[in-house]
Design a protein around this ligand. Sequence first.
Ligand SMILES: Cc1cc2nc3c(=O)[nH]c(=O)nc-3n(C[C@H](O)[C@H](O)[C@H](O)COP(=O)(O)O)c2cc1C
Length: 174
Amino acid sequence: MNPVLEAIRSRRVVRSMTGEPVARADLEAVLDAARWAPTAGNRHLQRFVVTDDPGTLRVLRMVSPGMIARPPAAIAICVDRALAADYGFPPGAAGPSVDVGTAAATILLAAHSLGLGAVPVTSFSRAAVAVVLRLPEGTTADMILCLGHPAPGGPGPLRRGRKVTWQDLTTFVP
Ligand SMILES: Cc1cc2nc3c(=O)[nH]c(=O)nc-3n(C[C@H](O)[C@H](O)[C@H](O)COP(=O)(O)O)c2cc1C
């Protein structure tokens, strides 16, 4: 199969991770991949705040109920909302938030291609995460990606299928 399609199909969220650190070169590779994700108006309003500090990760987990994994690294995908406003995006405009999704999908696939496991998390206290990660005024954390090495025995690729077919989700309009 086409390797890109194969990677898309075989990626699954990983919530069970070993304590092995994520190599800095791997972190940098996924962050470099993220900058190739499409962005609204090509404005690159996302900011990536990364930590592999055990203490910071512990506090992050305390304020993030959705963080089931105990990851050795995390990337917060943030949006520079002040810059978005400067560029003329009105408050609540879809573009900057969609950019979070394009970056997340790109990071998930890049991590998978390197043999890393990852899970996106949106269930967290925005206010607390902003404090923990020392975000500048006007920057919001919109998603946290937990990254690590998949623990043995966790659900493997392709063991979990999809409940839906593409036909369930698609309408062709003549
Ligand atoms: C916007 C968004 C928010 C998510 N939030 C969480 C979360 O807080 N905690 C979590 O464990 N998984 C979270 N997930 C992961 C989904 O549960 C997961 O992608 C879905 O069950 C499908 O699994 P798969 O990616 O392995 O196919 C989130 C995914 C998305 C796209």
